[in-house]
Ligand binder design. Structure first.
Ligand code: UDX
Ligand code: UDX
Length: 423
């Protein structure tokens, strides 16, 4: 099939490369000329494990352009432009509607417009109204990619949701994925349900994370261990162990945006989603509570304390710092000098953080002579600390619970603290 993907971002690019690897001809359209130039030079301008290699293996099937009229050759047009959060919490749909207006004059008869960007319920109805042609089918096909695992999730999806009442179009889209993806994983529903499945899934995952973070706070007061509690809970197959890692709260370009958009949509329809609302509020406040914990440790040592912050990305496996709790925490650590290191996200973080933050090229340089080391992103690289010796008393705040507890507690000069244990 000839496909056009509008938006070459964290979702558009893995989708384009994945579909090209199935043998489709894919045109990637983007309005960012700088990004197009980098892409045409053969470089993927974002970090996603394996994407550069996949891109190199399919690049003869990919075209990059800023010219919207190139959708005229496509049977399927996938919308994957940004739907960022507006100040009032609603999804900003200007880019989706702009892209719809841009492609409208060039759509060939019988083509399918599939919205992969996360959009509020009813958005695809509006896209259909804008296009206003009965020979074009508008479909909701939400993405479920996790950053850092986008290719894994593309090739091994738990489900592909196709929101359309047009069975023939559903079958055409199903054949795009089968046999690469088992047919039983490709589900048809109506557009509104498809749009809501995306929001409800992300909001539930975000709520699950916030739940374990609140349980973690209780563990700290009653001398329980949240890692053991999560393990015990997770053995119940109805709960499952995933997304029960207590930490500093969720971030990223999806959970914060999607929980707020869902709350906004529900309020607009007179429905109170109390769990989502308390998750949004509690998750946001958590990052300031964590910063306060670090400030208390600094106060004990004084302003000569050397503080090392490990992790800037909102999670491991990505260079993305959108709504990263690590960034907000560092911004709220009251100290004149903080050393920071992240394997991938430092270039993005430089624009966000102040002059009191010194970026180091290596983990070792960051933690050298540190009085306090705080782990803010769950990068496996930070397990290097397990192999280090500390010449002076060092407080290690493992706020992602990623280090081997026995190893760290056996180290001399180390005061090791985890999330969700007696303070
Ligand atoms: C986006 C949405 O934010 C997310 O809700 C949805 O689930 C998937 O699409 P992401 O890929 O992370 O996620 O967005 P981003 O990385 O910002 O990429 C969007 C791309 O679209 C950028 O390359 C941007 O240049 C491009 N774009 C944006 C256009 O081509 N035209 C526009 O009008 C706006
Ligand atoms: C999420 C959804 O997982 C994905 O299905 C959807 O398509 C897009 O949004 P993503 O935002 O890339 O993916 O990252 P995810 O792995 O879900 O993590 C989100 C945040 O939650 C990160 O800040 C991560 O550090 C945090 N997290 C995750 C926890 O704090 N604890 C956990 O147990 C899991």
């Amino acid at each position: 099939m000839r496909i056009a993907v509008i938006g070459s971002g964290y979702v558009g690019l893995p989708t384009a490369c994945g579909l090209a690897s199935f043998g489709n001809e894919v045109t990637c359209i983007d309005n960012n000329e700088d990004k197009l130039k980098v892409l045409r030079s053969g470089i993927i301008p974002l970090y996603e494990e394996g994407l550069q290699e996949l891109y190199e293996s399919v690049k003869d099937k990919l075209t990059f352009t800023g010219d919207m009229s190139s959708v005229k050759n496509a049977e399927l047009i996938i919308l994957a432009v940004g739907t960022p959060m507006s100040d009032d919490g609603s999804a900003n749909l200007q880019y989706i509607y702009q892209a719809t207006e841009d492609i409208k004059p060039y759509l060939q008869s019988g083509s399918i417009v599939a919205t992969k960007s996360t959009v509020p319920i009813g958005t695809n109805d509006e896209i259909e109204r804008i296009i206003n042609r009965t020979d074009i089918t508008v479909v909701s096909m939400p993405e479920f990619l996790r950053e850092g695992y986008a290719l894994y999730d593309f090739f091994n999806p738990d489900r592909i949701i196709i929101g359309t009442d047009n069975v023939a179009v559903y079958e055409k889209l199903r054949n795009l994925y089968v046999p690469h993806i088992p047919a039983e994983k490709i589900i048809r529903t109506n557009r509104h349900s498809a749009e809501l499945i995306k929001y409800a899934s992300n909001a539930f995952l975000a709520t699950k994370i916030h739940f374990i973070n609140e349980i973690s706070d209780l563990c700290e007061q009653i001398d329980a261990d949240v890692a053991d509690v999560a393990a015990g809970m997770g053995l119940d197959s109805r709960i499952g162990r995933k997304f029960l890692n207590a930490g500093i709260g969720y971030g990223g370009s999806c959970f914060p945006k999607d929980t707020n958009a869902l709350e906004y949509m529900a309020n607009k329809n007179g429905v109170k989603l109390s769990l989502v609302s308390s998750t949004i509020k509690g998750n946001y406040e958590r990052r300031f509570n964590i910063a306060e914990r670090v400030n208390k440790y600094i106060a004990r040592i004084g302003e000569t304390a050397r503080v090392a912050a490990l992790g800037l990305a909102f999670k491991n496996g990505t260079d993305d710092i959108r709504y990263s709790p690590a960034i907000d925490i560092i911004k709220n650590i009251k100290h004149n000098q903080i050393y920071a290191y992240d394997p991938r996200a430092m270039d993005n973080a430089r624009k966000e953080l102040g002059a009191n933050v010194i970026f180091t090229d290596t983990l070792k340089d960051c933690v050298k002579d540190a009085d306090i080391i705080v782990i803010l992103t769950e990068w496996p690289d930070f397990k290097e600390l397990e192999n280090m010796n500390f010449e002076k008393e060092t407080i290690i705040l493992d706020y992602r619970n990623i280090l081997d507890e026995a190893v760290m507690r056996a180290k001399s000069n180390v005061i090791y603290k985890r999330i969700g244990q007696k303070i």
